[in-house]
Design a protein around this ligand. Structure first.
Ligand code: FNR
Length: 356
């Protein structure tokens, strides 16, 4: 279909289910084992309801926010996803351009396992867009340090150490197809041999000490770890890797409701002392508003970006972010807020969140 006929970001997923080669579709869409977490990530958003405010002048709506001290047009970003070239030959370059082009831009987190090299992606940077780097820590630590240095040199503004993947979750659609995706440049080593399962807090703190860039731990799934991370000087991404790692985990949205009150109680100010991002299952402007109301300072999108890039290249990514922003603006108006700063927990009811 023509890109102008698309109405929601779910349309990209549907199109990909029809047009992508099986290995790409299974690799992108799968979750681990029974795919409970994959479904629950999304479903949990349906268990948070709004409490809209009336008679607010909502003529002008401002979706901008500050992330890591930088003004961003919207509070959402493209999260790291490996192997974008399985779905579209432009790979991460399409994602990068789609994030940067048009009336507004969104930050892009670049995966260690990108199809294109970090240098190629960051050299394509336009409109002064924000690039971040996601790090899988190699068994050979000097490689991890080299990657951090390369990310710094190439203008990335933050490092995200992924901590929910000491080994790879079993994504059974993938396993059944026996199509282990391989890197475009021919390095087809299994991902699990590349990532170091011995990575621990001391290692993470050491890596943090080796860079001036802000460092995030990506894959926080319990409030105790969130507090430890905050006390150790990390920012955090509450995430279960899009339901691709341990199955049957609490949804990131629900974990957010545990983490934010605890960090606040301990004196951390979200957005000032620490960034608290959340990802997994976000498909609507309303999902983003719910996460922000519950204290998230940034919201990540994984598959929606891969699907829109696979279906239409950079134009698709641009359309995807535009649809989400339109939904944000309309729903902020309906909710009775003119700026994201006004959002707080009083705008949502989370009583049903625990009832799965
Ligand atoms: C991912 N994700 C991921 N995370 C990461 O830290 N490094 C990576 O290389 C990848 N690769 C990757 C590939 C694919 C195909 C998917 C779907 C996901 C996880 C990603 O950053 C993010 O946490 C989730 O995708 C968010 O969930 P949604 O938006 O896909 O539901």
């Amino acid at each position: 279909p023509s890109i102008d006929d698309l109405k929601t970001i779910y349309d990209f997923e549907y199109i990909c289910s029809k047009i992508l080669p099986k290995n790409a579709w299974y690799y992108y869409s799968s979750g681990s084992e029974d795919e409970f977490s994959l479904r629950e990530n999304h479903n949990s958003y349906h268990r948070v309801q709004f409490r809209p405010k009336i008679l607010v002048n909502v003529k002008d709506i401002d979706t901008s926010t500050t992330i890591l001290g930088e003004e961003e047009d919207v509070p959402f970003y493209a999260s790291a996803t490996a192997l974008a070239a399985l779905g579209h030959e432009d790979g991460e370059l399409g994602i990068s351009n789609g994030c940067a082009e048009g009336d507004f831009k969104i930050p892009q987190m670049i995966s260690t396992l990108s199809s294109k090299s970090l240098g190629e992606i960051t050299k394509s940077r336009i409109n002064n867009q924000t690039h971040w780097f996601q790090l899988y820590v190699n068994t050979d630590r000097s490689k991890a340090l080299d990657l951090i240095k390369e990310a710094e040199k190439s203008g990335c503004k933050a490092i995200f150490i992924t901590v929910d993947a000491p080994s790879l979750g079993r994504r059974e659609k993938d396993v059944k197809l026996k199509a282990q995706p391989s890197r475009e440049n021919g390095i087809s080593k299994g991902l699990s041999t590349f990532i170091d399962p011995s990575l621990n807090w001391e290692d993470a703190k050491f890596l943090n000490s080796q860079t001036k860039l802000p460092v995030f731990l990506k894959g926080i799934q319990r409030k105790e770890d969130a507090l430890l991370a905050a006390e150790s000087g990390f920012n955090i991404v509450i995430s279960n890797h899009g339901g691709r790692q341990l199955d049957h985990t609490v949804s990131p949205l629900e974990t957010l409701t545990d983490v934010v009150p605890l960090l606040k109680e301990k004196g951390f100010k979200p957005g000032t002392d620490i960034e608290i991002f959340v990802d997994g299952g976000v498909r609507r402007g309303t999902d983003i508003l719910k996460a922000i109301a519950l204290g998230a300072t940034g919201v990540g999108l994984g598959r929606p970006i891969l699907y829109s890039n696979s279906a239409y290249g950079s134009e698709g990514v641009k359309k995807c972010k535009e649809m989400l922003k339109e939904e944000l603006v309309m729903n902020m108006r309906l909710l009775g807020v003119t700026s994201l700063k006004e959002l707080d927990e009083s705008f949502v009811d989370i009583q049903s969140l625990k009832y799965r």
